[in-house]
Design a protein around this ligand. Structure first.
Ligand SMILES: Nc1nc2c(c(=O)[nH]1)N[C@H]1C(S)=C(S)[C@@H](COP(=O)(O)OP(=O)(O)OC[C@H]3O[C@@H](n4cnc5c(=O)[nH]c(N)nc54)[C@H](O)[C@@H]3O)O[C@H]1N2
Ligand SMILES: Nc1nc2c(c(=O)[nH]1)N[C@H]1C(S)=C(S)[C@@H](COP(=O)(O)OP(=O)(O)OC[C@H]3O[C@@H](n4cnc5c(=O)[nH]c(N)nc54)[C@H](O)[C@@H]3O)O[C@H]1N2
Ligand SMILES: [Mo]
Length: 891
């Protein structure tokens, strides 16, 4: 429809407001209580305009075709000015110290020509709340516009804030009126971003000096891949804000991406290479460190052959670094012994989804969750681990979508679910077969889809006959009625979505879990069909998808091209000028076994803290001790660096150039906002130097060249380049040509399997590697917490450590009473593999007989407890099931 804004005519979509029409016309109109992302409230009256002869609040008034909007309408303008003058009269002079680019209030006053008085004292003396390390409240600057309250509710879904008081005394208040830090605030920063006055601010922006540059980049924590603006002052990161309108996060973020950037200037940042001399790591020059690595790698290769060297490449590093790492291992060393952290994480997703659908990625973009009417959330805790996705799911549920959660713990989303199947860890395959049983017996099937696009239905139907609700309920420890209810919600939904995490993959039968979960989408025709929501694995690290995509895998070259395929090898060998070895290499757990067996003599680790993150840590330490050479690139002196012979100081994601692939297969640009400190250097530069010292040239001198080379060799990435991403923004893979858009939704015409059909999998439930018994009666689940990321090397070096200073063992009050343990008491946890000292945290979020801990703190040694059992198909560790004993007191 057409709207006339003063002398300009604009076309706006049906349903647009007057304010949207004004903004479309490029005119400035203050609207102090308005944020595009939340429902309009029309309370501040600063956006009054004339519309077809009436005075209206532009933010709440729908535009109509042919409407004439007058910004200069004297009555409207006078009233708006009056409203603003009233607001201003209550404010202290420091309101005008907030720079105009951060204060809509300052800009609104300029727009109306309202004089500002820096010496004004304002009517209030309500003080500040600086209790939270990041979110800082100056109550006297609060104009009670309600935007923060709305963003907290309607974007983040935490409902931590309220407006309290009357009239001019109204002010934002967290939680039940206590301090901000003790409120339910999760530190997403949405309130700070929305605040029009600077009443809500953050440390880096309280500093009145302007920032000098802003760089748009991709977050380096989890796999959501939020686009962030990094604001720099004096060469240091001053603040990070989510980029408005960015495709994945739409201007939202979490307490890590938004605030946990202080690690870049941590005191103990590695800034110089270290070499072990006389048992001690001592600083050295880059020349010496690189020469040492090259000489000693060459010595191992000459004496024991190339397969005595293994590299773990980094899911934290860029695509271009991973591409170079696997090229280095394959061409300069001459082995396929290269793997990445996906092994510990979603390797079963890659293998399972490939077997079912033919491609190793999630099938649909995150945005498709916007139209789901039922989410089946399995073994994932996104409000902690993928908070921007968690918030999105929460909003869908608040808007009426049904939610089924399968998780042994009562997570935040489980507490909101229509049905929560609190299945015992390790029982997923039984649960999924049981759900399939109900879908089939009650005929919640897409018969046409099953006939045309799948194979294996009869075998599946036959197998799941053994999983009627009663039997399944017994295996999984849930109620049969809940199982049936869950199947009906999923089965009757028009747009069911499956979202899952490590609770599915990190098991002895993790790949079977992925396949039997994929069955459920296929039975409903909920994948590969128009309007479907598909199946979304919540991939973990910032670039764990990309590290695998780039071929940092022992059996696959870039784009999942098998190293055992001679034609593929020939293509890569020809381009690289050196033969690609034929025999698949070792997976991470096999690398450690081989080191202990004396077959692997050198381990080169880039950005993975294996001593803290791999299971059965004593085994890992023994493997590193057994090596002749351990090389470690890291940002910090990690537990792994302590075991290295050479430690190379790495640049972090805020300091380098390249791309990451997020969990829904989007290539996104990573750009340096600041320089690496001291001698720290990108893994890209370091790999080039080591290759050079070994007499080799890896080619592709810049990250852009590396992606170009990879694209030229990999059909599914053929259309990708830095130039294209810079010009047009993120792109999904497959992206097969420079003039083709990426494929956001997969399998629409055919599945990528050899016969074009999806393969249903008839797989029985098999027991996990460990079961509780008389000696180890509790079942330990491990996982994550909101405030810290994986081994915590970065987040523990930021004020996130104030928000969560230590790890604790979650234990049910009944078990605690039995053990005579009170909240906060020391406990010693022992497994068949090792021991950990923790404090008890009593909570009903775990069921009796199960305990939970995260692995973010090195002192908590949680991975000394976890077992060597791995997924039978992929070698992914069984992190989610460890039999332990718990005793009161320290060890
Ligand atoms: N804050 C934060 N965010 C992170 C990370 C972090 O360390 N901290 N790490 C990133 C990484 S690398 C990853 S891979 C992702 C992981 O993200 P998630 O997969 O969400 O993480 P987890 O907490 O490990 O496990 C998810 C859930 O699985 C449940 N679970 C355990 N066993 C079973 C089972 O047998 N069946 C079912 N159905 N559920 C089970 C657990 O109770 C837990 O709630 O998060 C990423 N994001
Ligand atoms: N008990 C238990 N253990 C687990 C899990 C679990 O659920 N339970 N989950 C597993 C999973 S899913 C994962 S993904 C792993 C994660 O395990 P890791 O990969 O070991 O953990 P991170 O802390 O993400 O990062 C590894 C290291 O990379 C460094 N780093 C960051 N950026 C860069 C960079 O750009 N270059 C270089 N060279 N270094 C960098 C960090 O400082 C850190 O020391 O943990 C696994 N371990
Ligand atoms: Mo992960």
């Amino acid at each position: 429809m057409r709207v006339h804004v003063d002398v300009t005519t604009v076309d706006v979509p049906e349903g647009a407001t007057v304010l949207e029409s004004v903004r479309a016309a490029g005119a400035e109109l203050p609207a102090l209580c308005h944020d595009d992302r939340v429902s309009p409230r029309g309370s501040c009256r600063t956006c009054l305009v004339g519309a077809d002869g009436r005075v209206v609040a532009a933010c709440t008034t729908p535009a109509v075709d042919g409407m004439r909007v007058s910004l200069a309408d004297p009555v409207a303008r006078g009233a708006a000015r009056g409203a603003l003058e009233l607001v201003v009269s209550e404010l202290p002079g420091r309101a005008w110290d907030v720079p105009a680019e951060r204060s809509e209030l300052v800009r609104a006053c300029a727009c109306f020509g309202i004089p500002t008085d820096r010496s004004a004292r304002g009517g209030h003396q309500r003080g500040v709340d600086h209790s939270h390390p990041y979110v800082k409240l100056d109550r006297d600057l609060c104009i009670a516009c309600g935007r923060c309250v709305a963003v907290c509710a309607e974007v983040q879904g935490t409902f931590a804030l309220d407006l309290t008081g009357r009239g001019f005394d109204t002010v934002v208040t967290p939680g039940d009126g206590g301090s901000w830090v003790s409120s339910p605030c999760v530190g997403c920063g949405g309130c700070v971003d929305s605040c029009p006055t600077g009443a809500l601010s953050e440390p880096g922006l309280l500093d009145p000096r302007p920032t000098t540059s802003t760089t748009t980049t991709t977050c380096g924590y989890c796999g959501v891949g939020c686009t962030l603006d990094v604001h720099v002052r004096d060469g240091e990161v001053a603040a990070v804000t989510p980029t408005r309108g960015a495709p994945v996060n739409r201007g939202h973020a979490c307490v890590k991406g938004r605030f946990a950037h202080g690690f870049t200037r941590a005191e103990d940042r590695l800034t110089t290479p270290l070499v072990r001399r006389d048992g001690r790591l001592v600083p050295t020059t880059w020349d010496d460190a690189v020469r040492t690595v090259a000489h000693r790698l060459a010595a191992v290769r000459d004496r024991h052959g190339p397969d005595a060297i293994a590299m773990i490449s980094s899911a934290r590093a860029t695509n271009e670094e991973n591409y170079l790492a696997q090229k280095f291992v394959r061409t300069v060393i001459g082995t396929n012994n290269v793997d990445n952290c996906s092994r510990l994480c979603h390797a079963p997703s890659a293998t399972g989804l490939s077997a079912s659908f033919g491609l190793a990625g999630g099938t649909n973009p995150l945005d498709d969750l916007d139209h789901t009417d039922c989410v089946l959330l399995v073994g994932a805790n996104p409000t902690d681990a993928h908070p921007v996705v968690g918030a999105r799911i929460k909003q869908r549920v608040l808007a009426g979508a049904r939610l089924v959660v399968v998780d042994p713990r009562r997570t935040e989303l489980a507490a909101l679910a229509d049905v929560h199947l609190q299945a015992v860890p390790g029982s997923n395959v039984a649960v999924f077969n049981g759900l399939a049983h109900v879908l089939i017996t009650e005929d919640h099937l897409d018969h046409d889809f099953l006939d045309r696009r799948t194979t294996g239905f009869d075998a599946l139907a036959e197998l799941v006959r053994d999983y009627p609700p009663d039997t399944t309920a017994e295996i999984a420890g849930v109620r049969a009625a809940d199982l049936v209810a869950a199947a009906r919600l999923f089965g009757q939904a028009r747009h069911p979505a499956i979202v899952y995490g490590l609770g599915v993959t990190e098991h002895r039968h993790g790949t079977d879990g992925v396949r039997t979960l994929a069955n459920l989408a296929l039975l409903r025709g909920a994948v590969g069909t128009p309007g479907c929501c598909g199946i979304l694995p919540l991939r973990g690290q910032n670039n764990v998808q990309g590290a695998s995509d780039m071929g940092a895998l022992p059996d696959l070259l870039p784009g999942y091209q098998p190293v055992t395929d001679a034609a593929v090898r020939d293509r890569f060998s020809a381009a690289w000028g050196r033969p690609v070895p034929e025999r698949p290499g070792l997976r991470i757990p096999q690398m450690f076994d081989a080191a202990i067996a004396g077959e692997v003599r050198a381990i080169h680790v880039i950005g993975e803290n294996v001593v803290q993150s791999d299971p059965n840590a004593e085994h890992v330490r023994a493997a590193l001790r057994a090596c002749d050479l351990v090389v470690c690139h890291d940002v910090f002196p990690s537990r792994t660096a302590e075991h290295a012979d050479v430690v190379l100081p790495a640049a972090s994601f805020l300091e380098k150039d390249g791309t990451f692939v997020n969990f829904d297969r989007r290539f996104q640009r990573v750009r340096p906002a600041v320089s690496p400190p001291g001698g720290a250097a990108s893994d890209f530069a370091v790999l080039h130097r080591i290759a050079h010292a070994l007499g080799a040239d890896l080619g592709c001198p810049t990250p852009a060249d590396a992606l170009a080379e990879c694209a030229a060799l990999t059909p599914v990435f053929a259309g990708l380049s830095h130039q294209r991403l810079d010009a047009g923004g993120p792109l999904h893979w497959p992206c097969r040509a420079p003039d083709q858009p990426g494929e956001a939704v997969l399998h629409l015409d055919r599945f990528a399997t050899p016969d074009g059909r999806a393969a249903l999998a008839a797989l029985p439930h098999l027991p996990p590697g460990e079961q509780p018994d008389g000696e180890f009666p509790y079942l330990l689940i491990t996982g994550r917490r909101l405030e810290h990321h994986n081994t915590g090397s970065m987040t523990r070096r930021t004020p996130n450590a104030e928000l969560l200073p230590a790890e604790a063992l979650e234990i049910h009050p009944t078990d605690a009473a039995h053990l005579r343990v009170v909240d906060g008491a020391d406990v010693t946890v022992t497994s068949r593999w090792g021991r950990a000292a923790l404090t008890a945290h009593l909570t009903r979020d775990v069921v009796p007989g199960q305990v939970f801990a995260a692995f973010h703190f090195p002192g908590a040694t949680v991975n000394d407890l976890t077992s060597p059992h791995t997924d039978t198909a992929t070698g992914c560790p069984e992190y989610k099931v460890t039999a332990v004993q718990v005793r009161p007191g320290p060890p």
